[in-house]
Design a protein around this ligand. Sequence first.
Ligand SMILES: [Zn+2]
Length: 110
Amino acid sequence: MTEAQQEQQLARNESAFRKVNEGIDAGRGLTGADQVLSFVCECGRLGCSEMVSLSVGAYQAVRSSGRQFIVRPAHVSLEAEVVVEEHEGYVVTEKTGVAGEIAEELDPRD
Ligand SMILES: [Zn+2]
């Protein structure tokens, strides 16, 4: 994959992820907490387009913390985060140190 293709891939991932978030917010009341949706892996790796499946309720719980992210188990960056929950097909990570501060600063729900 060329560099330009990787950049496009990342842009697509980001757009897809934002759309999922917007869909959840817009669909509140229409979407039950038990409904399982596909979310984009939040590891931030260039070119990562893997999906994770979890319920709306579980996703909202993760989003309630500005430092927590959902990623594929193989995509955890141990130098910047710790695993706080393990689930089938995905883990919940919490950013530590400077990465945690940045994550909290950029929290869209702040
Ligand atoms: Zn990933």
